[in-house]
Design a protein. Structure first.
Ligand code: SAM
Length: 263
C-alpha cells in the first residue's frame, strides 16, 4: 500500500515578525521560527529575531539587502513550495503582520493552489506599534472613532490613491495610518490638505520599536519639510489626525496643543 497517499500536505508557515523588537514576537511566531529548517526572510526582519532560529536552519534573505534588487515574488513563491514539498519545514518570515501590506495573501493563494497547507501567524503590524511607541492611541473615545490603514506606495498598475477622499474620511474623526509614505510625502501632504486643516497634527516614526527609533511631530502643512529636515526615511509610519498630538504625553485637549517637534 502506498502510504504517501495518506500523508497530509506539507504546511508552510507565513509568520509575522512584528515591527523589530524581538520582545514583540508572539509565542506562536517564536515556536514556528524554532521549528523551521528553512527561513525565507524579508528585509525588515532583524537579526535579533533570527536568533530564535535553530543553528542548523538555512536562512535565505529575499529582500533588498545591500542595495540589491529584491528577489522576484514569483521566485519566492516557487521556492517556498518546492522546499516544502521536499520535506523542509518552511517559514516565510515577514516584518509586521503577513496580511498587512505583506503580500501574505498572494503567497497563501499560490501555495494553496498547489495543494499545500498554509498557516498564518499574526505579527504586530508597524502602524499601531509605531503609534504606541510614541504614546499615541490610534483611537480615543473623545478624538478618533476609527482607523484607516493605507499605503502611500500603490502598485504601479493600480489607480492612484485618492488622498482628498481619505482626508474627507479623516476629517470625520478617523485616524490615518500611512505605510510606505516617505517616497510620496509631498503628494500625501498636498492631497490631504484638500480636506484637512493645515494644523492637523501629524507624527512620523522611523524604525519603530528598535534602538534606532526616531520620530517627529508637526502640522500637516509642514509634513514634507519636516521629513526632509529631520532626514526621516523608510521604514516609517505616518500618523495623521488629532490623536497624533498625544505624542510623548503632550497635554490634552488637543485643540490647545501647539504644534511641536520632538527629537
Ligand atoms: C512592505 S510594508 C510591510 C508592512 C508589514 N507587513 C507590517 O505589517 O508592518 C513596509 C512598510 O511598513 C512600515 N514599517 C515596517 N516596519 C516598521 C518599523 N519598525 N517602523 C516604522 N515603519 C515600519 C513602513 O512604512 C515600511 O515602508
Amino acid at each position: 500500500m502506498n502510504t504517501d497517499l495518506y500523508k497530509p500536505a506539507p504546511t508552510v508557515h507565513l509568520v509575522g515578525a512584528g515591527p523589530g523588537d524581538p520582545e514583540l514576537l508572539t509565542l506562536k511566531a517564536v515556536r514556528a521560527i524554532r521549528q523551521a529548517t528553512l527561513l525565507l526572510v524579508d528585509d525588515l526582519v532583524g537579526d535579533a529575531v533570527l536568533r530564535y532560529a535553530r543553528r542548523s536552519a538555512r536562512i535565505v534573505h529575499v529582500g533588498k539587502r545591500g542595495g540589491c534588487a529584491s528577489t522576484p515574488q514569483a521566485f519566492i513563491e516557487r521556492l517556498m513550495a518546492a522546499e516544502a514539498l521536499n520535506g523542509e519545514r518552511v517559514v516565510r518570515l515577514k516584518g509586521g503582520d503577513p496580511f498587512v501590506f505583506g503580500r501574505g495573501g498572494e503567497e497563501a493563494t499560490h501555495l494553496r493552489a498547489l495543494g499545500l497547507r498554509v498557516e498564518v501567524v499574526n505579527g504586530i503590524t508597524a502602524g499601531p506599534a509605531a503609534a504606541t511607541s510614541i504614546g499615541v492611541p490610534l483611537t480615543h473615545r473623545d478624538h478618533a472613532h476609527g482607523v484607516i490603514f493605507v499605503t502611500g506606495h500603490a502598485r504601479g498598475d493600480a489607480a492612484p490613491l485618492d488622498w482628498a477622499a481619505l482626508a474627507a474620511a479623516a476629517g470625520q474623526g478617523l485616524t490615518l495610518v500611512i505605510y510606505m509614505g516617505i517616497a510620496t510625502i509631498e503628494a500625501i501632504e498636498a492631497g490631504l490638505l484638500h480636506g484637512l486643516k493645515a494644523a492637523t497634527p501629524v507624527a512620523i516614526v522611523q524604525h519603530a520599536s528598535l534602538p534606532q527609533q526616531r520620530h517627529a511631530c508637526c502640522a500637516l502643512s509642514e509634513l514634507a519639510r519636516v521629513v526632509a529636515r529631520e532626514g526621516l526615511s523608510s521604514p516609517a509610519i505616518i500618523v495623521v489626525g488629532d490623536v497624533a498630538a498625544a505624542a510623548r504625553g503632550l497635554a490634552w485637549p488637543i485643540a490647545a496643543v501647539p504644534v511641536r517637534r520632538f527629537a
